[in-house]
Design a protein around this ligand. Structure first.
Ligand code: PBG
Length: 323
């Protein structure tokens, strides 16, 4: 490369249109997924303190919200259920008349082209708030697999295009793939939360989903934030078990992990811009400490630049207005 003064990198920064012309990473709405929370009741819109702009919604309100998102061009949603009743096994997760199953049936009919993804996990449905069932005070891996598989099949049968297991049990992708195939759904896809870290940044989500563990924490199944080679092993195993899309979560503290996964594997890669990442910016913006739109676009661009094809973000609806 020739040196200054022949080379002046500021030349292409001179105007907005020159900068746009040579921009390396662009945001388009087509790669974004909006998380939504479905709860019981009617006419319920329960705003969430830690997730400004996001609410728990009963099915009638959820449908209205999805209608407005779809009209704005939001291409995909990720559904979470907030049930009224919980038990030790989390049986609400696979109930035929469960909150997510009913939401899916309603939405599938109204929005045939909208990508419907569901979070597959037990933590919103178990009384103890852990992502698997308990046996002898431990989160039992193998006993949980069948319940997750059942949940995934029930979501697909209610209309989900893709299921996203977020529990971090070993072998769950294979168990889900097997169960989907056996139930006659070989074309339903799996978006695996492959490298999901035990993160402090899920705080606001746990309020939203009512899924804070009643004892202990999730470090016995979610990944240690210090590890990146282990993330690659998780991804490799998930691909071997039939994952269609890999995911790294949270996104911003793990941009190096996103990059490493992108370089190692050719499968589509998603990153989850989680509740705490969103809440931090919202809280600072509310105090006038930063410009929300600019900060959000910078965060989302960084996640794409690191190598994510798909970004799951609470900003997706606002982004539709910004782009
Ligand atoms: C459920 C689940 C969690 C998130 C997505 N699925 C919480 C957790 O593992 O505690 C976090 C999403 C967010 O923070 O936005 N297992």
């Amino acid at each position: 490369m020739s040196a200054f003064p022949a080379t002046r990198l500021r030349r292409l920064r001179r105007t907005a249109s020159l900068r746009a012309l040579v921009r390396e990473t662009r945001l388009d709405l087509e790669g974004f997924v909006l998380p939504l929370f479905a709860c019981e009741g009617e006419g319920v819109v329960r705003p969430l303190e830690g997730l400004p702009g996001i609410a728990q919604r009963s099915l009638d309100e959820l449908v209205r919200e999805v209608d407005s998102c779809a009209a704005l061009g939001v291409p995909a949603i990720l559904l979470f259920g907030v049930p009224d009743e919980k038990d030790d096994e989390g049986s609400g997760a696979w109930a035929d008349d469960g909150i997510v199953q009913r939401a899916l049936r309603e939405l599938r009919g109204r929005h045939p082209g909208l990508v419907l993804v569901t979070d597959v996990c037990l933590c919103e449905y178990t009384a103890h708030g852990h992502c698997g069932v308990l046996a002898g005070g431990e989160i039992a891996n193998d006993e949980t697999l069948e319940l997750l598989a059942r949940t995934a099949v029930s979501h697909v049968e209610a209309g989900a295009d893709a299921v996203a297991p977020s529990d971090m049990m070993d072998g769950r992708v294979g168990a889900i793939r097997g169960a989907l195939d056996e139930a006659g759904h070989p074309t339903a896809s799996i978006l695996a939360y492959s490298a999901k870290y035990a993160s402090a940044f899920y705080g606001p989500f746990r309020e939203a989903a009512g899924s804070t563990p009643s004892f202990g924490d999730r470090r016995g199944y979610q990944m240690d934030p210090a590890n990146v080679r282990e993330a690659l092993r998780e991804c490799e195993l998930d691909l071997g078990e039939g994952a269609d899309v890999l995911m790294v979560k949270p996104a911003l503290p793990n941009l190096d992990v996103i990059r490493a996964v992108r370089e190692r594997f050719d499968a589509p890669l998603a990153a989850y811009n989680v509740s705490g990442e969103y809440a931090m910016v919202k809280a600072a913006a509310a105090r006038g400490w930063l410009d929300e739109r600019q900060a959000a676009l910078e965060c989302l661009t960084a996640i794409r630049r690191a190598g994510a094809d798909v970004v799951i973000s609470y900003w997706t609806k606002e982004l539709a207005g910004w782009l």
